[in-house]
Design a binder for this molecule. Structure first.
Ligand code: MG
Length: 351
């Protein structure tokens, strides 16, 4: 499909607003625990339309509202003729400064949303991605076994059919077998770099496979490629990189170390590079998990567009927070369901 684009586009206006997402329950993984996540909502306005984007900054990744706002304030889009020069605009932004992946993602998302609204098209259609409702997992953070079992009930309440269980504690076996005993749902395990010792990890991989585990994410520290490669060679279920692979440039080194990667917009700098990462991972015959940080329905709905391209999906963000700013993708009977709205498919609930 071809669109006629006017060449009179000028003066894209960027604005932003910091916000704090509140978790429904304290969120604990192997390396940290917290009750909130700072985000920044970005708007790009053009010809009366508003594209929304979002940067989410779990503190361990090194970005903050201050760093995001500092980065955004350096961007000048007035030099670009059209918001449809996606490659050119995002290359310019990427070259402004290293890092700032979440800040860069917020612009990528807002640009894709804006383009859809200007064309009266859904972003998924513009990108020519197939829409296929696919199951998403629901995250069970580390807690007392009793509390973790309550979260299994919560997953049930929202209709999720797969669990992603956070692990990486001395208590992993007890936690996971208690959950498996209560729930017959399929599950994966996210160790968040928390395991030490490759032989023990291999024993766990065999044990958890018997319980129905689909894959294990980031068992060792992100730098520990040697043990990761050793485990990947022997594990009966896929070993997936999360913290070890952020962007496309990290992927080549991970090729023979992991079976697959977890692609997240906040790591990849947005939709455009996430698509390239998925394509490259597939050319390496690697598995793809589509994941998220704690994000509102804005960034999660943008990620949900890529659902049909992944083997496994972990887009539960809006279900883990109490103060979403947008409505967007939903989980229906456990599957990711997109809104039939132009752009990334969201509605701002605050205006
Ligand atoms: Mg992870």
């Amino acid at each position: 499909m071809e669109f006629e684009i006017s060449n009179t586009f000028t003066n894209m206006k960027i604005s932003w607003s910091p916000y704090t997402l509140q978790f429904r329950h304290p969120f604990t993984v192997a390396t940290f625990s917290r009750t909130t996540t700072p985000i920044v909502i970005v708007k790009i306005e053009h010809l009366g339309q508003i594209g929304y984007g979002e940067a989410s900054m779990p503190p361990y990744l090194g970005e903050s509202q201050e760093s995001v706002i500092n980065f955004l304030s350096k961007i000048d889009l007035s030099k670009f003729e059209s918001p449809f020069n996606t490659e050119e605009i995002l290359r310019h932004i990427d070259q402004l400064e290293n890092g700032n992946n979440a800040a860069k993602a917020s612009i990528d998302i807002a640009l894709h949303d804006l383009q859809g609204k200007l064309l009266n098209q859904r972003t998924i259609d513009i990108l020519n991605i197939k829409e296929k409702p696919a199951l998403s997992s629901f995250t069970i953070g580390i807690d007392t076994i009793e509390k973790m079992l309550e979260k299994v009930d919560e997953a049930e309440k929202y209709g999720f059919k797969i669990l992603k269980i956070k692990a990486g504690t001395p208590n992993d076996r007890a936690m996971i077998s208690a959950i498996v005993k209560k729930s017959c749902k399929a599950f994966s395990i996210d160790v968040n770099q928390g395991w030490i010792g490759k032989e023990k990890a291999l024993d766990m991989a065999y044990e958890f496979k018997e319980m129905g585990c689909l894959f294990i994410e980031q068992p060792f520290t992100k730098e520990n490629m040697r043990d990761s490669a050793w485990l990947t060679e022997r594990s009966p279920i896929p070993i997936i990189a999360d913290e070890s692979v952020k962007r496309l440039c990290d992927l080549k080194a991970a090729k023979d170390i992991f079976h697959g990667i977890n692609v997240k917009l906040m790591k990849s700098t947005g939709i455009q590079e996430a698509l390239k990462m998925i394509e490259t991972a597939r050319s390496f015959k690697m598995n793809v998990v589509l994941g998220c940080m704690s994000e509102s329905s804005c960034a999660i709905s943008a990620a949900a567009i890529l659902s049909s391209l992944a083997d496994w999906i972990d887009l539960d963000g809006p279900y883990l927070i109490t103060n979403d700013l947008f409505s967007g993708m939903e989980i229906k009977e456990g599957k990711v369901s997109l809104q039939n709205k132009y752009g990334i498919g969201i509605e701002n609930l605050t205006i």
